[in-house]
Design a protein around this ligand. Structure first.
Ligand SMILES: Nc1ncnc2c1ncn2[C@@H]1O[C@H](COP(=O)(O)OP(=O)(O)OP(=O)(O)O)[C@@H](O)[C@H]1O
Length: 291
């Protein structure tokens, strides 16, 4: 069973004045249990629309979506998910602690479990000191961290995070990445949307690139980076002790090393020169140049 499944999902928004927007066009995608999946796309690509359908917040025009095998139109599909919406806003008269209690109760947690888990997640998200302050006084980053805390409180199997790093400073971003890595170590599934390629490179197993409602590519992050290798920088010492740095094409590496050794050079370092995730992303989503 897949943790998340989109099957030929389409969404057409009907505006007033008969303007229609094809936000999603037959999106099919499966995310395995225990996988960290990055849903990468530029602004307006269809990421939030896919996520809203997955969480049952809006309906699809065609196609289906499932979470842990349960169709998202069933109420029970939500019980296994921690969801962080894009730009979360909460009942701001509540304190952080009260809000987590409210979320815990919605997931039928006992008061004792809410208290233990609540303390854990408030500490983990660096909100312990602020727990008794009303949310209306929280900074943008604190609201975002509280948003993540409420996904964790009931310890679900699947996490759907819409731009989880948005609005966070470098410390907050590092914290979120650490939490995603911890979830992976505990066998949880994380599906998150972003337009920041470095975040995908840092924590994801696989990446899906979406643009204009169309899924353009799905691949492993390691595969993308491996295929991006264009050549190598080789640093060697010559027999007279002088050092030299050479740029070697991908196909010539074996030959180059054999010749260097035959000439009694010693190889100090071989480093791949590669295109990174950003280059892959830009290639996918940039309009093709026509000549
Ligand atoms: N309620 C709506 N009514 C009309 N059009 C909409 C509605 N919601 C989204 N859209 C359109 O659907 C397309 C996809 O939007 P979506 O919010 O899913 O993109 P996104 O990838 O999440 O973008 P971003 O990174 O900017 O958040 C856009 O063209 C958007 O304008």
């Amino acid at each position: 069973m897949h943790a998340i499944e989109f099957d030929k999902l389409s969404k057409v928004f009907q505006g007033k004045k008969k303007v229609t927007v094809n936000a999603l066009n037959s999106l099919s995608l499966q995310v395995d249990q225990g996988e960290v999946f990055g849903f990468l796309g530029p602004n307006g690509a269809g990421k939030s629309t896919s996520i809203k359908i997955l969480l049952g917040l809006i309906g699809s025009t065609a196609g289906t979506a499932r979470i842990m095998g349960v169709d998202v139109t069933e109420k029970t599909a939500r019980s296994q998910v921690g969801f962080l919406p894009e730009n979360p806003s909460f009942y701001d008269f509540l304190t952080g602690e009260e809000y987590l209690r409210f979320v815990g109760k919605s997931f039928n947690m006992s008061a004792a479990d809410i208290s233990v888990r609540g303390s854990e997640v408030l500490n983990r998200l660096d909100l312990w000191e602020a727990r008794k302050r009303p949310i209306r006084g929280y900074s943008k980053g604190m609201v975002q961290r509280l948003g993540l805390a409420q996904t964790l409180i009931h310890d679900p199997a699947v996490y759907v995070l819409d731009e989880p790093m948005s609005g966070l400073d470098p410390i907050g971003r590092a914290l979120v990445k650490d939490i995603i890595r911890e979830l992976k170590e505990r066998g949880k599934t994380v599906f998150f949307s972003t337009h920041i390629t470095a975040d995908v490179e840092a924590v994801c197993d696989r990446v899906g690139v979406i643009n204009k409602g169309v899924l353009l590519a799905v691949d492993t992050v390691s595969g993308v980076l491996e295929r991006g290798v264009e050549g190598y920088t080789v640093r060697l010492f010559k027999p007279d002790g002088a050092s030299e740095e050479c740029v070697v094409a991908k196909a010539d590496l074996q030959d180059f090393i054999e010749k260097s050794i035959a000439q009694r050079c010693s190889i100090e370092r071989v480093e791949p020169k590669r295109k990174d995730m950003e280059a892959f992303f830009l290639e996918m989503v940039s309009p093709k140049q026509t000549s």
